[in-house]
Design a protein around this ligand. Sequence first.
Ligand code: ZN
Length: 153
Amino acid sequence: MPGLDDLYREIILDHYRSPRNRGELPSPPAIRVEGYNPLCGDDIVLFLDVRDGRLADIKMTGRGCSISQASASLMGAAVKGKTLEQVRDVIDTFKRLMTVHEAHLERDEEPERLDVRRLGELAALQGVVRFPVRIKCATLAWNTLAQGLEQAA
Ligand code: ZN
């Protein structure tokens, strides 16, 4: 479905060119957490405002390739305002999107299509798994977020 691929490319470019939730939050009280992907040179700094069991606000800075920055922007839009339980659920779902495909690629099979409706715009990143070297770009922000949430526990 080339039409779908075009849509996904548009979503990624849109988030790369107009990244959501850019900026910083005073830290403390916000949790500040940094991530770095040496394979590509991507870096990300997240500011997490966690209150009453909810990710009340998220801001980010960083620089890197289009995949890493678009993934961070898509992530922020997907998790902002959600309860920590919901945020962890989105992280798990996204990581499955990356690893499920990886497992299929190792067996040289057509990647399984997850239920993309549940993923919303995040589904745009599923094409990344066809380029294994870029998976670390796509997961950087997510691993950094998971690390930051550990500090909130
Ligand atoms: Zn990258």
